[in-house]
Design a protein around this ligand. Sequence first.
Ligand code: G1P
Length: 286
Amino acid sequence: MKIRKAVIVAAGRGTRFLPITRSQPKEMLPLVNKPLIQYSVEEAVNSGIEQIFMITAMGKRAIEDYFDRSFELEYVLEQKRETKLLQEMRQLSNLVDICYIRQKEQLGLGHAILATKDIIGEEPFAILLPDDIIDSKVPALGQLIEVYEQHKTNVLAVERISRQDMMKYGIIEPKKVSESVYQVLSLVEKPEPTEAPSDLGVVGRYILTPQIFDAIEVIPSGKNQEIQLTDALQLLLKQQTVYAYEFEGVRYDTGTPLGWLKTTVAFALKNPDIGAELREYLRQLL
Ligand code: G1P
């Protein structure tokens, strides 16, 4: 079955970014000239996704407004004969069909995903966590979809994680299947480095079968008293195969102020309009 639907989880409080996140969702922080969330939406669209379900929460309305159509803005741009900009703005609001679901209590990633159970229905679907931005030739989600199409079962994106960062990720116990593809034998959410079953950590891209919802419904709270997607996957392993795929591309973690800043610099340096000048400026600073 074709992967048509994707869930983007944008419900986190963004406490690491306080005070700015008092009145602005962290997903709307800029990465050069676009908000962070747009990168995930574009990755999904470029991977063939037709419908996005975005999990939001209180204080996230700016995201909905951003992807909506703005007649007022279009009118002003029309009057000013800003044809190119007008076209860009129209394209943005026509990117894809997005449906918003509010998570009323933030009880963890698994809990957020469960909110889409009825609308996803009986088909496999994708999940994107927008803190993870992946720069690659073929969109990372598209790479995962290719693996899904070969194996017709759950696929998680993974990459090598340094020892000191293992406590930030779900870590898998892998069994190599082929170049870059592993069968997942078990998973642990945010282990101590000494308890990690490998150095392959889950990055925020998943293709899952709808049976994940049944698993989420029965698992108790796990790490940090949250309903963890990792625990649901561990349960799902008892009845279904889960693969992990070491994708091609560079992953940036924008979930912390320093990570966001590093990503901003990396993307700005690659930008043809400002890259050269920024490089010169940084050289002078140093
Ligand atoms: C979540 C998942 C974790 C995964 C990570 C990827 O953690 O729980 O298993 O490795 O995303 O970014 P979070 O970053 O929400 O704490």
